[in-house]
Design a protein. Structure first.
Length: 108
């Protein structure tokens, strides 16, 4: 994980998401998830290139199941964009960088 992304835990999730000064995309993932591993480097690139517009964070669902259940994450990877602490966009499944940038265009 690079300096461009934030690692969230059950203990830090609410504080970080609610205090974010720009939209924050949270990647709900797990170590055993193949598509999650495929999308990770793409999210790193987006974090590096678009960091002034959107923050990228990761939450391991195996370590923070309560948070995943709260946001009804049924499959991973699930990406949820929070704006001012409110979930405003949900993206499910691995996508190409171009497809993700298109999905995130309203935030970047």
């Amino acid at each position: 994980m690079s300096d461009s992304t934030t690692t969230l835990t059950a203990g830090t999730f609410d504080e970080v998401v609610n205090a974010a000064e720009k939209p924050i995309l949270v990647d709900f993932w797990a170590e055993w998830c193949g598509p999650c591993k495929m999308i990770a480097p793409i999210l790193e690139e987006i974090a590096s290139e678009q960091g002034e517009h959107i923050q990228i964070a990761k939450l391991n669902v195996d370590e923070a199941g309560d948070i995943a259940r709260r946001f009804e994450v049924m499959s991973i990877p699930t990406l949820i964009v929070f704006d001012e602490g409110v979930p405003t966009k949900r993206i499910v499944g691995a996508k190409s960088k171009d497809a993700l940038l298109e999905d995130l265009s309203e935030f970047i």
